[in-house]
Design a protein around this ligand. Structure first.
Ligand code: HEC
Length: 114
């Protein structure tokens, strides 16, 4: 009995910490690798994105972001635009970002669409 209660307590304390850490890490990675094109807010208005054709996707477009799966987002981030039939102007980040980094970035960009 005591054991079960202890586990519930540990889980309750740790889970929010883990979730927050991921979002925070995703934000840091986004700031480092994505912001130049996709912009601070995710609207696709970063300084390096302005001249691009097609424009970087507006990541705050909730209807669009809700319509795609996490696996799809992870794939384009990891392997670049051409891997999912999009422009090569969206680079592949697989060499820089590990699987859990990609997951954190996906988590963060999904939070941009409200
Ligand atoms: C060099 C500029 C550039 C950088 C840096 C960049 N992107 Fe992109 N991204 C693009 C462009 C351009 C597109 C649009 C591709 C298209 O519509 O064919 C795009 C599209 C996307 C899409 C949407 C794909 C879709 O279905 O339309 C996602 C998600 C995305 N980028 C995430 C990221 C993330 C996360 C990072 C950082 C790890 C990042 N991008 C860094 C230029 C960039």
């Amino acid at each position: 009995m005591v054991k079960t209660r202890t586990w519930i307590l540990i889980t309750a304390v740790l889970l929010p910490t883990v979730a927050q850490a991921n979002g925070e890490k995703g934000k840091t990675l986004y700031g480092k690798y994505c912001v130049a094109c996709h912009g601070e807010s995710g609207k696709g208005d970063g300084p390096a994105g302005a001249a691009l054709k097609p424009k970087p996707r507006d990541l705050t477009d909730k209807a669009y972001m809700d319509s795609v799966k996490d696996e799809y987002l992870a794939a384009i981030i990891q392997k670049g635009g051409p891997a999912v039939g999009k422009s090569a102007l969206m680079p592949a980040w697989g060499a820089m970002l590990k699987d859990d980094d990609v997951r954190d970035v996906v988590e963060f960009i999904k939070g941009l669409a409200k």
